[in-house]
Design a binder for this molecule. Structure first.
Ligand SMILES: Cc1cc2nc3c(=O)[nH]c(=O)nc-3n(C[C@H](O)[C@H](O)[C@H](O)COP(=O)(O)O)c2cc1C
Ligand code: SF4
Ligand code: SF4
Ligand code: FES
Length: 617
């Protein structure tokens, strides 16, 4: 380790790291992101390391534990560089063969390759897999190839050169202008122009100013911020240091969701390394500029991601929002000017400084520039993290990158924007995804969650799920949200459980509009979105629940009945034996039937019938 005493030292260090690695013939990348980690990828790292050590090959070959590769559906993933041979679902017992045949040798192990489900072809290289080929990876580019806890790997890839450029003579105002020119908008949900926010904070009066990173990421199904912070913490840190310089901040905080221990650990590790190398702390790279940085574990509540609640939580108070009549850029943390940005927003900054605001603004749509990372989850073949240029149509994301819907089912809708977002129906599949278009369609970008739903999804039940989440997560400070969202949940539950009365749909809509207008913070104001968007596109489903006591998707248990088809039933008796409630009646070799009163609609009978004699009505 060496401490950088000047800006020029950084280049020298980079050359020495590259020189040191020249002897390396191959790198074995093992994804240790959360998805792969949960499937034992750490054991793979150890197994590769042991195998290389036992063969005395550690000078020529190196095991790289990386952050999330993005294609989580295929985990644990191993990629062998420089060829980028992509192996999926690797097990520790396959490590010896990989080292022998594909690392020391140049053989491809066919059975570990990815098989394209549409063509049935085995694909050798990562860059040829359609999931990757159709993406535009800029911000997320190195997360799956970076050595997670090694600052030298980041520096070797050009890391901290943007900071060096800024400190080599750019005035703070020039940095802000560059970010403004890029058109970068906050990736945490609101889409506020980042450069404008920085400018307001710079102009605000106060000797002490703060920069903060929002890594609270509470949206169900979203994990892009987690993956960025776990897999490439220095990119986020570099963005924050540049931001602090531009704003005139002296201290920074990374507020990480309580449930993300690996992100906390890696961010702390990155801060320590950056300090050791003279890239954080006093006199960064020998310049007069200094910045201190801390990691703070979140309060464990979704609302703590809201800017003012986050700051209250950081101060050690209850994480509750306050009115925004005074902006946090003027009076934020401890009443001082504070600039909060999302993880992905910060991670964009080094790219903008290195390549220029005009380069960044050349990507995307008129008002939404650059790229966006989405977490593609739900009923989709290729679950994972995808980065695309703003304006990419939903169809490209869901079919070309996501590989379409499993089991040949029909796509029904996609929920974007987290629990307060909306559901976009199949007929808008060609919608270009950017801040404006999503809003026009009744949804929002949010932080980038995309939950895909197939034909077997009940949209009323979906609305109930998100309302349930919001009822649990409402901080309770204001009545419209505390009482109103709960009442919305009750109304939608009544619909799902067959108790709804005529007029309930109109009452629900009225309530939605009242809450939108009166709730104190973004949580309450946007809570009606999942309801309003599902009513907008799937009103007939609501009406079927209310007036016909019928769930068209056959999901709401109170509105469905399991029936045995006498023409198909052979009287084998399996359903009678398997039914946990004793609800199936019938004698051997005679047609069976189900007692509706006893049936709890678990579906076990239907799963077990080998003759397809049971159906839902
Ligand atoms: C209920 C609620 C939860 C939020 N959670 C997050 C979050 O987890 N991460 C995030 O970056 N922004 C979250 N936000 C948005 C933040 O309040 C804030 O706008 C954002 O961190 C600003 O950064 P940006 O300009 O880079 O997007 C949330 C907002 C609300 C209303
Ligand atoms: S809208 Fe909900 S979460 Fe926001 S302050 Fe009111 S009660 Fe709390
Ligand atoms: S399992 Fe199917 S075929 Fe057998 S008794 Fe039940 S309904 Fe009839
Ligand atoms: S965690 Fe390994 S690919 Fe996402």
């Amino acid at each position: 380790m060496e401490r950088l005493k000047s800006i020029q030292d950084l280049d020298g260090l980079r050359q020495r790291i590259i020189e040191k690695r020249k002897e390396l013939r191959k790198r074995i990348r093992v994804c240790t992101g959360t998805g792969c980690h949960s499937q034992g990828s750490r054991r793979l790292v150890d197994a590769f390391q042991q195998e290389l050590e036992s063969r005395g090959l550690t000078r020529e070959y190196m095991v790289i534990p990386t952050g999330c590769n993005g294609f989580c559906a295929c985990g644990p993933i191993v990629v062998i560089e420089p060829e980028e041979v992509f192996y999926q679902r690797v097990k520790p017992e396959q490590v010896r063969a990989i080292v022998e045949r594909s690392v020391v040798g140049d053989e491809i192990i066919e059975e570990l390759l990815y098989v394209d489900p549409t063509t049935g072809e085995r694909i050798v290289h990562e860059f040829e897999i359609p999931f990757f080929a159709k993406q535009k990876r800029l911000v997320f580019k190195d997360t799956g190839s970076n050595y997670v806890t090694d600052i030298e790997d980041y520096i070797a890839r050009g890391g901290y050169s943007a900071l060096a450029k800024v400190l080599s003579g750019m005035k703070p105002e020039e940095v802000i202008d560059e970010v403004k020119r890029s058109g970068l908008r906050g990736r945490g949900g609101g889409g506020f122009p980042t450069g404008v926010k920085w400018e307001s904070c710079r102009r605000a009066h106060g000797d002490i100013k703060y920069v903060m990173c929002n890594a609270d990421e509470g949206d169900p199904g979203a994990y892009m911020d987690r993956s960025l912070l776990e897999g490439n913490p220095h990119q986020v840190l570099e963005g924050m240091i540049i931001g602090a310089y531009a704003i005139g901040a002296v201290e920074g905080y990374i507020y990480v969701r309580f449930e993300y221990p690996m992100a906390v650990k890696n961010a702390e590790w990155a801060i320590k390394q950056a300090k050791d190398y003279g890239l954080l702390g006093e006199n960064i790279m020998g310049t007069p500029f200094g910045l201190d940085m801390h990691v703070n574990r979140g309060g464990g509540a979704f609302i703590c991601g809201e800017s003012t609640a986050l700051m209250a939580s950081l101060e050690g108070k209850v994480g509750e929002p306050r009115g925004k009549h005074i902006h946090t850029v003027e009076k934020g943390l401890w009443g001082r000017p504070s600039n909060l940005n999302n993880v992905e927003t910060w991670a964009n900054v080094p790219l903008i400084i290195n390549n220029g605001g005009d380069w960044y603004a050349s990507m995307g749509t008129e008002r939404s520039k650059g790229t966006k990372i989405f977490s593609l989850v739900g009923k989709i073949n290729n679950t994972g993290l995808v980065e695309v240029a703003m304006g990419t149509p939903l169809r490209t994301i869901i079919y070309d990158i996501g590989g379409g819907i499993p089991e040949g089912k029909r796509f029904k809708a996609v929920q974007t924007g987290g629990p307060s977002g909306g559901c976009i129906p199949e007929r808008l599949i060609d919608l270009p995804v950017d801040f404006e278009k999503l809003k026009e369609a009744g949804s929002m970008m949010g932080s980038g969650g995309m939950i895909v739903m197939d034909e077997a999804t009940c949209m009323v039940d979906v609305a109930r799920y998100f309302l349930n989440f919001l009822v649990e997560e409402s901080c309770g400070k204001c009545i419209p949200c505390r009482v109103g969202v709960k009442r919305m949940h009750e109304l939608v539950t009544d619909m799902c459980e067959g108790r709804a009365r005529p007029g309930d749909l109109e009452r629900l809509e009225e309530l939605c509009h009242a809450i939108q207008e009166t709730a104190l913070c973004g949580l309450g104001k946007s809570a009606p979105n999942p309801v309003l968007s599902t009513i907008q596109y799937f009103r007939d489903e609501y009406e079927a629940h209310i007036y016909d006591k019928r769930c068209p998707a056959k999901i709401c248990k109170a509105l469905i009945t399991y029936v045995i088809d006498p023409d198909k039933c052979t009287g084998c008796g399996l359903c009678r034996i398997k039914c946990p409630e004793g609800a199936v009646i019938g004698a051997k070799k005679e047609c069976h039937c189900i007692d509706e009163e006893l049936c709890v609609r678990c579906g076990i009978c239907m799963e077990n019938c080998k003759f397809g004699a049971i159906y839902i009505e």
